[in-house]
Design a protein around this ligand. Structure first.
Ligand code: FES
Ligand SMILES: [Fe+2]
Length: 433
């Protein structure tokens, strides 16, 4: 049966072609969330599943989420990687309950149906019945009852999966900026996992996408960054978008003039209570970790539609992945990375600066709270009201060489609107029957 979507949902209007207005219902309406699962997560996109270094040996697996669908990602004996829905083909039981581990086959705890590491059904207990009675009908074929599989492609160690047969090639989906940043961050040195963090944020998953495409807030919301020189509104930097505007690379650059800028900033923040030049850290070691890379980028945030962020914040490297749990809840899963060949001191420093991000991160703490505040604030907004995205200019959605902008957020919405099959200035289109 074709799922239905209430095309008459009141107020779901997109009044500006440049996506400088976004209807608040996209963050709150359960029907929009349903449609996202169909059009995005089951649609023609590549979803991040895991990094290859998490699955070094045959039988190694991790579980993850593609939208609201739980999946198992596993390395087979021939080193290939497969992914399939974590739900038995018999009567739907969850197959794997561990977050990660190793297995020789997938065995359902309920009636012990067994699957290969590729998700093919290989064993059905009592298929021939007992003492000549019962059993599966003669026409039952194991080949017809494998697990629901995703197609898997890998780039730079990042494993992606799609349920669609029509998704473009992964490299084309990623685009040139993503490819070069993945190369810079994850290929030139071999990553290793330093640890994980998970965080539930009471806000819509797209609010996080807005947040990571939003350098405007960096020096305003995050007092820590401003006070200790990690981010300033005067810093050089900008954004680069891919051709269909869905993936964004935000970057800020250390420059010689940062010390002078600090003085300008004192003036700019005068009276706001947000900047105190006399504030000092008792132990500033955290902010004095040297950058591994000599290219001068202080922060680089690569945001890949729909739910992946590969980020370098100062000298912290992490893969952030969003797991939507409903219109008003998202789980953020962070994989902290170090690199093969890092000295003990470098590993120590990376663990130290890991404190920048995460649920209690000196920086990210405020992002989680900002999302909660937005979700709370828009709950009571009247239908047909919109957020305003005009910082940095309206109209064309294109690369900038400045940071105070929301243009990259408009890029996200432009692609989201297209893939969700909404219409401008109108209600969403009905599903084809
Ligand atoms: S539900 Fe899995 S074997 Fe029956
Ligand atoms: Fe932030």
């Amino acid at each position: 049966m074709t799922p239905t979507f209430n095309s008459k949902a009141p107020g779901l209007t997109w009044p500006k072609e440049d996506f400088s207005r976004v209807p608040y219902e996209v963050f709150t309406d359960p029907q929009v969330f349903e449609r996202e699962n169909e059009k995005i997560f089951q649609g023609d996109v590549w979803n991040y599943l895991a990094h290859e270094v998490e699955l070094p040996n045959p039988g190694d697996f991790v579980t993850n989420w593609v939208g609201r669908t739980q999946v198992v990602v596993v390395r087979d004996k021939d080193q290939s990687i497969s992914a399939f829905e974590n739900s038995c083909a018999h009567r739907g039981a969850q197959l794997v309950t561990q977050v990660r581990g190793n297995m020789v086959k997938v065995s359902c705890p309920y009636h012990l149906w067994a699957y290969s590491l590729r998700g093919d059904l290989i064993g059905v207990p009592m298929a021939q019945g007992v003492n000549g009675k019962g059993g599966m009908p003669s026409g039952f074929s194991k080949a017809d009852h494998g697990l629901k599989k995703l197609e898997v492609q890998i780039h730079g160690g990042l494993i992606f999966g799609t349920f669609s047969k029509r998704a473009p090639n992964l490299q084309a989906f990623l685009g040139p900026h993503s490819l070069s940043q993945i190369d810079r961050l994850l290929v030139q040195r071999k990553p290793k996992v330093l640890g994980y963090l998970r965080q539930r944020i009471p806000g819509n998953w797209k609010l996080y996408n807005e947040n990571v495409r939003d350098p405007y807030h960096g020096s305003l919301l995050h007092q820590f960054q401003v006070s200790f020189g990690l981010q300033q509104p005067t810093m050089k930097g900008g954004i680069k978008l891919d051709a269909d505007l869905k993936n964004t690379w935000n970057h800020s650059i250390l420059s010689e003039t940062d010390k002078d800028n600090q003085k300008l900033m004192e003036k700019a923040f005068e009276g706001t209570g947000k900047y105190n030049p006399n504030m000092k850290m008792a132990d500033p070691a955290l902010t004095q970790v040297p950058l591994d890379l000599a290219d001068g980028y202080k922060t680089t945030i690569l945001s890949i539609f729909p739910t992946l962020i590969v980020a370098q914040v100062d000298n912290t490297y992490a893969i952030r992945h969003l797991r939507p749990k409903g219109p008003d809840m998202v789980e953020l899963h962070i994989t902290y990375l170090g690199f093969e060949g890092d000295t003990q001191k470098q590993t120590h420093d990376k663990l130290l600066t890991a404190n920048f991000i995460g649920p209690a991160g000196y920086i990210s703490l405020e992002d989680g709270e900002a999302l909660r505040l937005v979700q709370e604030g828009i709950k009571s907004r009247a239908p047909g009201t919109h957020e305003v995205l005009e910082m940095g200019g309206v109209g064309a959605i294109e690369d900038t060489d400045y940071l105070s902008q929301e243009i990259s957020i408009r890029g996200f919405w432009s692609h989201y609107h297209k893939i969700m099959d909404f219409q401008a200035n109108d209600e969403p289109t009905e599903h084809a029957q």
